[in-house]
Structure formats: C-alpha cells, structure tokens
Design a protein around this ligand. Structure first.
Ligand SMILES: *Cc1c(COP(=O)(O)O)cnc(C)c1O
Length: 435
C-alpha cells in the first residue's frame, strides 16, 4: 500500500540500504497485525505511535476529501484533543454496541478489535483461555455493565454480595437499580471471610422467594478481608444455575489469583472484571472484562449506552505493546519478591514494637497491628509523603469488612505490581518512627 518512489534521488546502493532499514522497522508493525498477539518483547514508543497513526488515518475525519454533514463528525477545537485520544476522535463502538465496527471510524474499529485480540493473547499467556474486551470504563462501571447484562440475559433481579467494603461494586449495583443482598463476613483467626454455606443459604432464600439472584464475588481485597472462595462459589452457582460475576480488580498480576480463576472457570463464572490501571500500567479509567462465554461478553458490550471515548482502550493497547510479555512476567516475579521483602521487614518491625503481622492470605498486601490510633499513623505517613497505606480502627465496620469488633487496630501496606523495593524499605523505616 505504501508505495514510495525514492529512485534517482541518492545513489542506488544507499537507497537500497535505506529501504532495508525502513522495511525492518515496518516489519515490526506488520508482525503485530499478522500475529495479533502480545509481542514477546515490547515495542518502542515510535513504533507504537506509527501504528496508531496508520490506524487513525483510516478514520473518516482524517479523509482529506470527506464531506461531513452529520451532527457528530468528530469535530474538535484543538489538536491537543486529537493527541489525547490517540488520533481516534470518533471514539469506539456503534451506539448500543461497543464492539461493533463504527462506519465513520474503520481505523478505530480495527484498533479496538486488535486490542481485544492482543488482550486475549496476554491472558492466554497467563493461563486464562478466555474471550476478553477492553472496557472504556473503570472496574466499578464495568461491573455495572456486567450486572446489566446478567439482568437482561438471566432476568437477575438481586445481587448476592459477600460483603467487601469497596464502594465501587456496591455503587455499581445501586447505579443500575438492582437490589443487593449482603452476606456477612465472619472471623477465622485474623482473617475476615464470608462462609460459603452462608452464600449458599442466601441463594436458596432468594430462589425460595421466587427471585433470580446473581452473585458478585470478590477475588482481590485488602487484608484482613480474604478472597472469596470463588472456586466453591462457582460450583454452587453451577449447581443452582446462578450467574456469577467476579470482581478481580487487581487479579491478573499474581498467580495466587490467576490459579483461583483458572479453577473457578471450570465451573460457573460468567465474567470477571479487572482494572486496567492496577494491572496494566495505564492511567486510571479503563477495565478488562473477560469470560469463557463469548455470547455473554457480547451482551455486556451491548449494555453500554452509546459510543465511548477511545482513550482507555488505546491506553490498554499501548501498555500491552510497550511492555511485551517478557517484561510483564518479569514485573510479576518482582512483585512476588517485593511482597516477600515487605513481610520480612514488617515481621522484624513487629518484633521490635511488640506488634503482629496479621496472618491473612494475601499475595499483595500485609497488615501490621498498632497500639496507636491507626488513622493518626496513616495521616503521619501521608505527611511524610507516603501514599497507599490504610490505617483502620478495629471498630470501623466498613474498613475491616467485619460487623463485629475486629481484635486489632492495624495499618495495611501494599506491594502491588510496579512497587519499588526501595519504597518498601523506606515505608517500613517510616513506620518504625510512627508506630
Ligand atoms: C480498585 C477496586 C475497585 C474499583 O475500582 P474503579 O475505581 O472502579 O476502577 C473495585 N473493587 C476493588 C476490590 C478494588 O480494589
């Protein structure tokens, strides 16, 4: 398609040499379109820019001879706006379906389809053989789309929610106007968890009352709240024919969660939602929705009202192309090592201070008890320019996810993917001062 006539401008041997280099560079982009998989090694920013530029030049708003008489013609005030959306001013989707091709935006439509393919290959490399879509909205809003699809497809009218105190999934439910039935947590040693039999009871009660429940379970959460037992829940959902949506906000960065997902997918999991920023190093504002059920995934995309901004999707594509699989696997490995370091340092500190590191299964975050006011401790850390730790009082029913009184005040520290070991060392040093 690109037919560039260089002949006669410079000596032929130099022209050939130049063409060879150009071809090698373009090959990298050609490979992305041919393979439609996450590259093993990441691409440099220039190649990614070129790829996006090629695609965006296919959209009708870039056609130099276009005649535009629609009410929506991707007219923009400033070129800055074009840059911010990766060149895809027409956005993605066709009103009423995100994943349908947009006639005014063939380039953006290819970009979106390509992103989803690359996302699927990324998840497959992690061991999850699923269909996936990059969502233009973050985790909470993506959960709303999933719940809306469950209501449409399965007539779900109540969301059974093993209590986890994050406002996003709770608001995701109220936003679409579904009733929520909470299932209370219990204390298992230090860990706060929802009993599987209590979830089963809640399902039976709703079915007995002639309702159609669906389950919104939580895979990733702050300790002491442990992951829901998504494997047992997915078996129960299979038995009772109940839709099962999993909030896996930061699940795809650690094999502890991925292994659970793999096992749960053998039973009833309708869809999983993960955050693009927590797992894939994008700015905040996108999600990843994945499922074995391609038809249900389409139903989810149908539940989105209207066209969407391309930026969150472009950001996911940029991350996947820029990181490449090798770098991501390396980051996962480093995350695991950082968590180990965090636990070692916290245990040393706990010994010195007469405190405890809570015994809770969590591959990302750890808790240390404190006799001081944990809110005060967190405020001091914030003023020491540390972001991320949470200080929770034992009587904070929301913070602890426990409706009784939790045995300890504590501070939560995270070693999520991308964390630097030096930051872990520094935060524990500062904790030593303020605990
Ligand atoms: C981060 C997170 C969310 C939500 O986030 P968004 O801001 O909607 O992306 C929801 N639930 C849990 C458990 C989270 O950790």
């Amino acid at each position: 398609m690109l037919n560039l006539n260089f002949s006669g401008l410079i000596p032929t041997n130099m022209e050939k040499r130049g063409e060879l280099t150009l071809k090698e560079n373009l090959n990298i982009i050609e490979e992305i379109f041919n393979q439609r998989k996450i590259p093993k090694e990441g691409l440099d920013d220039d190649k990614i820019r070129l790829l996006l530029k090629i695609l965006s030049l296919m959209d009708t708003d870039k056609d130099p001879k276009v005649i535009q008489i629609g009410e929506r013609e991707a007219r923009i005030a400033s070129k800055i706006q074009n840059e911010l959306v990766g060149g895809f001013c027409h956005g993605i989707g066709r009103s009423g379906n995100l994943i349908d091709a947009q006639p005014k935006a063939p380039g953006a439509s290819i970009m979106y389809a390509l992103t989803n393919k690359i996302l699927e290959s990324f998840l497959k490399n992690l061991g999850l053989k699923v269909n996936a879509i990059a969502s233009p909205v973050a985790t909470g809003m993506s959960l709303s789309l999933c719940l809306s699809a469950a209501r449409k497809k399965y007539n779900s009218n109540v969301v059974i929610y093993p209590y986890a105190s994050h406002k996003s999934p709770i608001k995701a439910t109220s936003y679409i106007g579904m009733r929520m039935r909470l299932v209370e947590t219990k204390l298992y040693g230090d860990a706060v968890r929802v009993g599987v039999s209590d979830i089963e009871d809640a399902i039976k009660k709703e079915i007995n009352e002639s309702n159609n429940p669906c389950i919104l379970s939580t895979l990733t959460f702050f300790p002491p709240r442990e992951s829901d037992d998504i494997i047992e829940i997915s078996k129960i959902c299979e038995e009772f024919d109940v839709p099962h949506i999993i909030n896996g906000a930061y699940a795809i960065q650690n094999n502890f969660y991925i292994d659970k997902l793999k096992k749960a997918f053998k039973h009833r999991v309708d869809t999983v939602v993960s955050s693009s920023d927590k797992n894939l190093f994008t700015p905040i504002g996108g999600g990843i929705i994945y499922s074995k059920d391609k038809i249900f995934l389409r139903e989810i995309s149908l539940s989105y009202p209207g066209r969407a901004c391309a930026t969150p999707v472009v950001n996911i594509l940029i991350s996947l192309l820029s990181l490449g699989m090798d770098k991501y696997l390396d980051l996962m490995k480093k995350q695991k090592e950082s968590k180990k370091l965090l636990d070692e340092l916290l245990n040393e500190l706990a010994k010195k201070k007469g405190e405890r590191v809570l015994n809770v299964k969590n591959p990302i975050s750890s808790c240390i008890t404190t006799k001081k006011d944990p809110i005060n401790v967190a405020a001091k850390l914030y003023n020491l320019r540390i972001t991320g730790p949470r200080g929770i009082r034992k009587n904070d029913k929301f913070g602890t996810c426990y409706l009784g009184e939790y045995p300890y005040n504590y501070v939560v520290v995270n070693s999520a993917i991308g964390v630097k070991n030096e930051d872990i060392e520094l935060v524990v040093k500062k904790l030593e001062k303020v605990l």
